[in-house]
Structures are given as structure tokens and as C-alpha cells.
Design a protein. Structure first.
Length: 358
């Protein structure tokens, strides 16, 4: 394995970092949060104009033709800037359409995704069902029935990619969110993002792909969560290192205190574990190698050890860390949201145990 990004992959990260860095500051974050939809549409348009919304899609539909590593670099950058965008669900759903959809589905949906005119989302989680590959939502005779929870960016998306059970086994279906038989219940996640419980009662839907699509969708969602969490934890640790190097007590920086240094050294190791496991999984996916085990290991690091990072960085900041006009608190809220997405550490270990037992 060689985790060194290619020139094209690094260019994705550099361009995204420049655009997000130029656009986002404390005032902009506050403005987007006050609007209530948790979606910086101006930034979305900037990313679309730069060609970053379709980097993993085929060139024939206006994409960049890059791989899972490039997507990892992009989502890592989003995490570094805690940019409020539907980048993860829309990119992963579009990638599934590109890799598993028909030519008609690809040509109908993907050009508008690449230009930012169409936003997609995913619906894979169900209440009290942690067997993500065995959904209780059903699809038969073109109709979808069941309930999904923690669906993100439903107000911005026009289509949702939904996991479901069919007479032929688990499948993915595309649902027009303007269709009939859809009930919505709005809630709020840890990072103050609107999320929805979505019920389907005979809702029209169309199949996407075959029996391998559900596993591919879950694999790329886990990778996207880990990549975003990597950016979040890396930047939170950097912010804390800078703060403790300048914050003084008893006439010297608190970073020179042994307890503080040891605490942050542990987090340096934890962030390194998230990075290694995530890049390993991304490399395997990009090169067509089975990544299921690596992804569950990465998700455990991005849940359990990322939580340690959140606690330590907050602790080392004291009261400053929770001030809304200081950046760290957003990273902590994102950390908590991502840590539990698709199940927290314990669920990842159960899934890993099941995989190893098989």
C-alpha cells in the first residue's frame, strides 16, 4: 500500500481547502446556522463551479473520473472546515448511481449532480435495527413501505437512495422525494443539523443496481464518515496545540505542563490511528480490494478514539472550548455526530465480530 496521494488527488484537497478557507469564517458559520437549513448554498455553488461535486463520477456525465481516495481527501477537507454541506450523502449516492445504475439513470441524474443543481441523500438507518444490510423497509411491485431515521439534507435533496428488503434480497431504490406516500418528522442532531424520520407508505420507487449495491453503499458511507471525522479531529488537535502553546499559567505556556503534554500526545496517537485506518480502507476501495474489515476498524477508531479526542481538546481549553465565538465547539459537536453515525464503536465491533466469524 502507498498512501501518498497522486497529483490529482492532492489537487482536489488543495482546491477544496482554498475555496472553503476563503469562504468560511465565524461570521459565515453563524449566518448559515441562523438560517436553519444547515446548508451553505453559496459555498456549494463555488464547489460546483470548481468541478469538485462530481470528482468521482464518470467523465461522460461531467465528472472528474477519480476514485475513493479523492473522495476521502475532499471529505477530509470538509471536516477540517466543518463546512455545512450535503457533500457526503450526495457524493456517495451519486457514486452508487454511477457505478451501479443503468445508463438511463446515469444520464438522467448525474450531470445535474456534478453541476450542483441536484442534491441527493441516503436513507439507510432504522429505529432499533443495527443490521444495516438487513433493512426492515420493504419494496415490492414498485412500492416502498417502512420508516428510515436520521436522514440528512432532506430539505435540499430531490431524490433519496434507500436501502430496502425485496423478494430477491436487500436492494437499493431511488425515491423521488416529491412523490406520494411520504411522511416526515423533523428533528435535530448533535451538531444542530436538521435530520428527518421518513415514512414510506406505498411510495413509488425504482430499483438501482443489484445484490451488491447495498454493501457498496454502506462501505462508501462508512468511508465518508471516517474521512470527515479525520478532518474534524486533525483540525481540533491543531487548534488545541496552538491554544496550549500560547495560553499561560504560572508564567509559562500550559503546553509545557507534563499532564497537558501527555494528554495531547495520546490524542496525536488517536488521530494517527484514524488516519491510518481510513486511508487503508480508502486505498482498498479504490483498488478493488475487499475493504469490509478495514472499514469497520476505521469506523471504530472514528467513533471511540475520536470521542477521546473531543474530550481531551475540550478539557485542555477549559471554558474557552465551549464559547460559541471560538471555533472548537463546532468540532466537538461534529465529532459527536459523526461518532454515532451508522452506529458507534460498540456496533462497529459487533459487525466486525460477525464478519470475522463468517
Amino acid at each position: 500500500m502507498d498512501f501518498t496521494p497522486t497529483e490529482a488527488q492532492q489537487a482536489v484537497a488543495d482546491l477544496a481547502d482554498r475555496i472553503m478557507g476563503d469562504h468560511l469564517d465565524m461570521e459565515r458559520h453563524a449566518s448559515v446556522e441562523a438560517a436553519g437549513d444547515w446548508f451553505d448554498r453559496d459555498l456549494w455553488e463555488d464547489l460546483a463551479e470548481a468541478g469538485l461535486l462530481g470528482i468521482v463520477l464518470g467523465t461522460d456525465v461531467g465528472g472528474g473520473g477519480l476514485d475513493a481516495v479523492a473522495l476521502t481527501m475532499l471529505l477530509r477537507t470538509q471536516g477540517e472546515h466543518v463546512a455545512p454541506l450535503p457533500l457526503l450523502p450526495s457524493s456517495v449516492a451519486a457514486l452508487m448511481v454511477d457505478r451501479h445504475g443503468s445508463e438511463e439513470q446515469r444520464s438522467r441524474l448525474l450531470p445535474d449532480v456534478a453541476t450542483g443543481r441536484t442534491v441527493l441523500t441516503v436513507a439507510v438507518q432504522e429505529f432499533l435495527n443495527d443490521r444495516l444490510a438487513e433493512p426492515s423497509t420493504t419494496f415490492d411491485s414498485g412500492r416502498l413501505r417502512g420508516t428510515k431515521v436520521v436522514v440528512e439534507h432532506l430539505d435540499a435533496a430531490s431524490l433519496a437512495l434507500v436501502t430496502t428488503s425485496t423478494p430477491d434480497g436487500p436492494r437499493c431504490v431511488l425515491v423521488d422525494l416529491a412523490g406520494s406516500g411520504i411522511g416526515l418528522l423533523k428533528g435535530t442532531s448533535t451538531r444542530r443539523q436538521p435530520v428527518w424520520e421518513v415514512s414510506f407508505d406505498g411510495t413509488p420507487a425504482e430499483l438501482l443496481g443489484g445484490e451488491t449495491t447495498v454493501d457498496a453503499l454502506l462501505d462508501h458511507l462508512r468511508l465518508g464518515i471516517c474521512a470527515t471525522q479525520l478532518g474534524v479531529t486533525e483540525r481540533a488537535l491543531t487548534i488545541t496545540a496552538e491554544y496550549t502553546s500560547t495560553r499561560q499559567q504560572f508564567g509559562r505556556p500550559i503546553a509545557t505542563f507534563q499532564a497537558v503534554g501527555q494528554r495531547l500526545a495520546d490524542q496525536f496517537v488517536n488521530v494517527g490511528g484514524i488516519r491510518l485506518a481510513t486511508l487503508s480502507a480508502a486505498w482498498r476501495l479504490a483498488n478493488g480490494v475487499d475493504a469490509a474489515e478495514d472499514l469497520l476498524v476505521a469506523k471504530w477508531w472514528a467513533s471511540e478514539r475520536a470521542t477521546d479526542v473531543a474530550h481531551a481538546t475540550q478539557h485542555c481549553h477549559g471554558g474557552m472550548g465551549v464559547a460559541t465565538d471560538y471555533p472548537l465547539h463546532r468540532y466537538t459537536l461534529w465529532n459527536k455526530h459523526l461518532a454515532t453515525s451508522l452506529g458507534a464503536g460498540t456496533q462497529s465491533l459487533r459487525d466486525l465480530g460477525t464478519l470475522l466469524a463468517r
